[in-house]
Design a binder for this molecule. Structure first.
Ligand SMILES: C[S@@+](CC[C@H](N)C(=O)[O-])C[C@H]1O[C@@H](n2cnc3c(N)ncnc32)[C@H](O)[C@@H]1O
Length: 262
């Protein structure tokens, strides 16, 4: 067997940690999954010391697409052995790395809290490798979140390259939007310095948040929604479903095209 591509890294994970991105994937991309002929395959790359987030992804995606199959891919053989007893119809676990040793091209690849442990240049190279492995029309969701998932940021990529960047936060779990910067993907985190678009975006988001402080009287959710509306005057924030607008903002989400912050 050829050596899997990548390195074993810390296996930290936890129940419900990835619920924000699961919810986004299930809501925004259910049509993609349902449009696939046969059983769409979703690969959860680097699931960590426990199978739990892969199982949660499986259950949440099955609710919107009963034909979906999920395969957890992990480079650490001990973590694969620990997950195997939890296999069931439609949910499997295999040892592997960025080469994705799965039975057919996955329609969706989810990789959370994996690339942050690599160097920036490697993160870009592994994005390219993953992009070459997905099914036509497929999607990669690559992100990072806090220990319990209250703050999360993820990029969505197609075969052609990165498409969007989504921020998601628990109301009350931050002081200002730029607190989410610590969760930027590896390909952006070192760019959060003056003069770079992502830095300017976060600065203006904070400013809009401050301007909308009076709406806090109606709750942080209202303040977030009003802030998104204000920010959208100057930035190409997604303002309409499925990616944007009040139905997503009320969940503490905000999505912007990658090109705006690249
Ligand atoms: C911090 S855990 C993340 C667990 C889970 N995805 C989460 O967010 O809670 C990162 C896991 O990715 C695995 N990993 C790192 N590089 C990998 C690769 N190239 N292929 C597969 N797994 C990898 C590590 O062994 C580790 O178990």
């Amino acid at each position: 067997m050829r050596r899997p591509v990548g390195e074993i890294t810390r296996g930290t994970t936890g129940h419900n940690r990835l619920r924000r991105s699961d919810r986004w994937l299930a809501a925004v991309h259910a049509p993609l999954l349902r449009s696939a002929p046969g059983a769409p395959l979703v690969a959860d790359l680097g699931y960590g010391a426990s199978h739990v987030t892969t199982l949660e992804l499986f259950v949440r995606l099955r609710a919107v697409c009963p034909r979906v199959e999920v395969v957890g891919v992990e480079i650490d053989p001990a973590r694969v052995a620990a997950a195997l007893p939890y296999e069931r119809e439609g949910l499997t676990f295999v040892r592997g790395g960025f080469e994705l040793p799965v039975p057919r091209r996955p329609l969706v690849v989810r990789a959370f809290n994996v690339l942050r442990q690599y160097a920036e240049a490697d993160a870009w190279a592994y994005w390219d490798l993953l992009r070459s492995r997905i099914a036509p029309g497929g999607l990669i969701v690559e992100g990072t979140c806090s220990e319990v998932g209250h703050r999360a940021v993820w990029a969505a990529l197609g075969a052609e390259g990165p498409r969007t960047l989504t921020f998601a936060a628990r109301f009350g779990g931050f002081d200002r939007p730029s607190d989410l910067a610590e969760r930027l993907p590896k390909t952006l985190i070192h760019r959060n310095v003056p003069g770079e678009p992502v830095h300017e975006f976060l600065r203006q988001w904070d400013r809009a948040w401050a301007t909308c402080a009076p709406f806090a009287a109606y709750g942080a959710r209202q303040r977030w929604i009003r802030t998104a509306e204000l920010l959208a005057r100057d930035w190409p924030v997604a303002v309409a479903p499925p990616l944007g607008g009040p139905s997503r903002w009320r969940l503490g989400e905000l999505t912007i095209p990658w090109s705006a912050v690249a």
